[in-house]
Write a protein that binds this ligand. Sequence first.
Ligand code: ATP
Length: 237
Amino acid sequence: MRNMLELSRISVGYNALQVVWDVSLTVQRGELVALVGANGAGKSTVLKTVAGLLRPISGQITLEGTRIDGLPAHAIVARGLALVPEGRRVFPYMTVAENLELGAFLETRRARIQETLAWVFDLFPILKVRHNQLAGTLSGGEQQMLVIGRALMSRPRLLMMDEPSLGLAPAVVSTVFASVGRLLQEGITVLLVEQNVRKALELAHRGYVLENGRIVLSGPSADLLADAGVKKAYLGV
Ligand code: ATP
C-alpha cells in the first residue's frame, strides 16, 4: 500500500538547538497513527515540521508521494493536510460560525463553504447549536471541537492533531476521542499526538514512541500496549 504520509530521517531544531533526530514514520490511507511520548520529547516539533511551520535540518517528507518539506504551510493545507494545533486557540470575540469559516481560507466558492460547514455541523452537532455564540464563551471541550472543525473546513484528507485531550475533564476527553473515531469513519486519515498514551493507543492502529527526539519503538498499538517498557514508562503499571 502506498503511504499517505512518509517522514524519512527528519531532523529538526530551533536555531542551533536540535530537538528531533532522524525520525522516520509512515501513515497509510485510512489509518489512525499515534505519536506518543513524554513532555518535551519533540512530538509537537514533528507535527509543526510536517505542517510546514518549521523547516527540517535534514530528511524528506512526502504526502501522497509528493515532497512537501520546503513548501509553505498554506501550500501544504492546499494539498490536503491540516494541523489542529495544541492549546485550543479560538478567536474568542468571533462567533463559532466565523471561526469555522476562517478554516476555509483557501476556498472562494461560497456554496462549497456552506456545504463543508453543514458537514462539520453534522459531525459536531454542538457547534451548530452554538454557531452564533462567541467562541470565547464555549467550554474547553466545545473549543476543542471548534478547532478540530476549523481544521476540517479545509477538507483535509490527512488531519494531524496535537494533544486534543490535554487539560480536559475525563468525560470530555471521551467525547473528543469519539470524534476522532468519527473522522476515521469519514475516511480521514489521522496522525494523533498524545500524552494520554493509553487512550491514544487504544484508539490507534499503530503507534510510534518518541523519547528525547528519537523514535525508540513502533508497531501495532496492541503490541505497544503490551510492551513492558511502555507499560512502565507511560501506563503506570
Ligand atoms: P509537549 O507535550 O510538552 O508539547 P512535545 O513532545 O510536543 O512536548 P516539543 O514541544 O516538540 O515537545 O518540544 C521539544 C523540545 O524542543 C523541548 O525541549 C522544548 O523545550 C524545545 N522547544 C520547543 N519549542 C521551542 C522553541 N520555539 N524554541 C526553542 N526550543 C523549543
